[in-house]
Write a protein that binds this ligand. Sequence first.
Ligand code: NAI
Length: 286
Amino acid sequence: KGKRAFIAGVADDNGYGWAIAKSLAAAGAEILVGTWVPALNIFETSLRRGKFDESRVLPDGSLMEITKVYPLDAVFDNLDAVPEDIKTNKRYAGSSNWTVQEVAESVKQDFGSIDILVHSLANGPEVSKPLLETSRNGYLAALSASSYSYVSLLKHFLPLMKPGGSSISLTYIASERIIPGYGGGMSSAKAALESDTRVLAFEAGRKNKIRVNTISAGPLRSRAAKAIGFIDTMIEYSMANAPLQKELSADEVGNTAAFLASPLASAITGAVIYVDNGLNAMGVGI
Ligand code: NAI
């Protein structure tokens, strides 16, 4: 019997979330996605018009099916937390039930349970500013969208998750090494995400037998990464300096997520798994 996955953070076919959805679908999972509210319309329209059909092709030739797309804004836990200007914002008013709690409730109503939870989202409004120039609001916004969003998602989806289930997020090595340019508190947000992965692995493991891991991925030319502005430099740096001198494909991260979600990884929890052509192991660029 196939497993069911909810993947938060899919809004086009370029990012890690899409690749993870494909790898899970190829392994037989049913796919539900959570799409950021402001990106929902264009994503659903593109999906309907067949714009993603080429990238929906799975290794067996069939097309990945997304059973349902849920609008989501992972910065808001419930309706009480939503400020008036967002409630009345045109892009938000067109959708409903997009807070974390409401999405979890909708998934529960629609499907009853899930086996796999994926968090593939991040946002840092001041990412292009050095940490020394980051405002308190910018820093807290990065942590809210990129770190607490995961705590909140797991908290609300945990009651829907079957024992033996698996939860995965995406992190970046800027959490532990200096990556100039990954600013605005985003490096701090990834450090929090990795630390939380360990604590959440303990809590969700003891309470619900759920495994919690994070994938530290190498550079990918996603929409979010292009917005940061130095992604091509990072890809070139990795190609030049990593033990494996090849471009990283999103599928390689997707396949690792499928492994982590499977019984093959039944003893792996609380881990940061590097999928970066080995770049993390280098001490100097050479
Ligand atoms: P992406 O643009 O495909 O994914 C980011 C998603 O987050 C987008 O779909 C965006 O709509 C969504 N999002 C932003 N704020 C949101 C909110 N408040 N609520 C719900 N959704 C929201 O880009 P990418 O790069 O695939 O990012 C996925 C994850 O991978 C992120 O955690 C990112 O930090 C991580 N990562 C990316 C690397 C890269 O080089 N692209 C390297 C290492 C980690």
